[in-house]
Write a protein that binds this ligand. Structure first.
Ligand code: 5GP
Ligand code: ZN
Length: 145
């Protein structure tokens, strides 16, 4: 018996992360949202926020799930900013393969930036150092207010 209100699906990597079937470095969770570290970080502190509602993209996400998702983005981005102290921060969200969307469960990227980091919109996925990501996840989770 599912306890997700029927909002999640079987065959989705982020639904599996919400259910705990795939491990993640969680930094925050509430009734409607889940935040965790990206394992292919563009920069240290790169985090993702997702609704506990399986919707493929922005267009399919009801307002009652998008609103809380953005509230969690603001909350977690504030914690990432506090811990990582980057020069700046980008929020990013991709819709469709043409926009390089690779996971089809709506997610907001929280990306710490510096002016000379060389990050481009079409970045390649480069696996991060899991010990470093896990250590940052602990600090960020503790900094979420
Ligand atoms: P998209 O390309 O769809 O905008 O972003 C998907 C993001 O999900 C990528 O940055 C990728 O690194 C991340 N990702 C893919 N699979 C996993 C996973 O199993 N765990 C975590 N933590 N992140 C993942
Ligand atoms: Zn999903």
């Amino acid at each position: 018996m599912s306890d997700d209100g029927g909002h999640l699906v079987e065959d989705c990597i982020f639904c599996k992360i919400i259910r705990g079937e795939i491990p993640s470095f969680k930094v925050f969770e509430d009734d409607q949202t889940f935040a965790f570290m990206d394992i292919n970080p563009i920069n240290p502190g790169h985090a993702l926020v997702i609704p506990k509602f399986h919707a493929e993209n922005l267009y399919a996400t009801p307002d009652e799930w998008f609103g809380p998702t953005m509230a969690t983005v603001r909350r977690v981005a504030t914690a990432v900013d506090k811990v990582v102290q980057p020069e700046g921060m980008n929020l990013l969200q991709a819709n469709g393969p043409g926009a390089k969307q690779s996971v089809f469960h709506l997610h907001m990227h929280i990306i710490p930036r510096s002016a000379d980091d060389g990050a481009t919109m079409n970045w390649e996925l480069v696996p991060g150092d899991m010990d470093a990501i896990g250590a940052l996840a602990e600090e960020i989770a503790a900094a979420v207010e």
